[in-house]
Design a protein around this ligand. Structure first.
Ligand code: NAD
Ligand code: UDP
Length: 309
């Protein structure tokens, strides 16, 4: 049994990770300030003897004797991370320093939840880990992209300077049950719009692409990375199947049996045009690849949103 700290553990990804860790018999401390996460996501774990929840900001130094740290605390959807961009940078950078300091003093292994956004609006397609990215440092997305890039820098500097055992995964768009309703991300938006009979809002002409990964595949990738000795990454964890946003809208309408129309709104400024994960490194080092196709994952997500509508 390991003692494990999960920052951002009451969020979408974090709560699924806590489930998995508890299921595997570990003791989990979930630290979250509930900015975008919610108690509902972890309600079912609160009474578990191996689970404890601490409502706290990751920007504050924190001490606990732990073996593993998963650092997920950070708003992830553009709507939320742009709401208070300075806070977003502080969370990524100060939060990372605090977790690395904790790892330094306890000898814990720390895994940083980085993002495909470090590739920016990529000029290389698909994106592998050797690509350094095309990020505009002064755009509205920069608070997130550059905050996450700096967090990666901090991981490597703590590793080189103090020998901290660091791991970095770059997560590509992930979806599934427990995404927040007001999240604004494309999968939750489209499903909710379809279920409510509202227009599906495609920003731009629908030709931009993303590769969508179901939550269970991400959690498996995170666990394999944390367990792998002698491999810092960064490593991409994402689904390599690329879809246009237009295709996603059509699929959601079909799968929900909705009468909603698909409408086109003006494109969003600095929206990356394409994104597709190159997962050769994850396959080689972690023997990991996603198993759940988009239709299957969407079905589970639709069932979830129908229930909470
Ligand atoms: P989320 O918003 O559901 O979860 C983030 C959690 O962090 C929330 O529970 C929030 O309350 C908490 N949090 C935010 N600021 C905090 C602070 N200062 N102190 C303590 N807690 C704080 O988002 P998610 O989709 O679950 O993302 C989890 C992590 O994975 C994030 O770091 C995100 O950048 C990364 N990621 C997610 C995706 C994705 O598609 N979901 C893609 C790439 C990277
Ligand atoms: N998008 C859209 N309609 C929506 C929400 C998002 O067309 O209601 C588009 C958005 O412009 C982007 C893509 O879907 O091109 C993915 O957006 P999301 O916010 O989910 O993730 P990210 O941009 O961070 O990859």
């Amino acid at each position: 049994m390991k003692r494990i700290l999960v920052t951002g553990g009451a969020g979408f990804v974090g709560s699924h990770l806590c489930d998995r860790l508890i299921q595997d018999g570990h003791a989990v401390i979930c630290l979250d300030n509930l900015f975008t996460g919610s108690r509902t996501n972890i309600e079912h774990l609160l009474a578990h003897p191996n689970f404890s929840f601490i409502e706290r900001d990751v920007q504050l130094p924190f001490f606990a004797q732990v073996d593993w740290i998963f650092n997920l605390a950070c708003p992830a959807s553009p709507v939320h991370y742009q709401e208070d961009p300075v806070e977003t940078v502080r969370t990524s950078v100060l939060g990372m320093i605090n977790m690395l300091e904790l790892a330094k003093s306890t000898g814990a292994r720390v895994l940083q939840a980085s993002t495909s956004e470090v590739y920016g609006d990529p000029l290389c397609h698909p994106q592998d880990e050797t690509y350094w990215g095309n990020v505009n440092p002064i755009s509205r997305r920069a608070c997130y992209d550059e905050g996450k890039r700096c967090a990666e820098t901090l991981c490597f500097d703590y590793h080189r300077e103090y020998g901290v055992d660091v791991k970095i995964i770059r997560i590509f768009n992930t979806y599934g049950p427990r995404m927040a309703k007001d999240d604004g991300r494309v999968v939750s938006n489209f499903i909710l719009q379809a279920l409510r009979g509202e227009d599906l809002t495609v920003y731009g002409d629908g030709s931009y692409t993303r590769s969508f990964q179901f939550i269970d595949d991400l959690i498996e990738g995170m666990m394999r990375m944390m367990e792998a000795d002698g491999f810092t990454g960064p490593v991409n964890i994402g689904n390599p199947h690329e879809f246009t946003i237009g295709e996603l809208a059509t699929l959601v309408v079909e799968m929900t049996g909705s009468t909603s129309k698909i409408v086109h709104l003006p494109p969003v400024e600095h929206d990356p045009k394409q994104r597709k994960a190159d997962i050769a490194l994850a396959k080689e080092k972690l023997s990991w690849e996603p198993r759940i196709p988009l239709r299957e994952g969407l079905l589970k997500t639709i069932v979830y949103f129908r229930k909470i509508l």
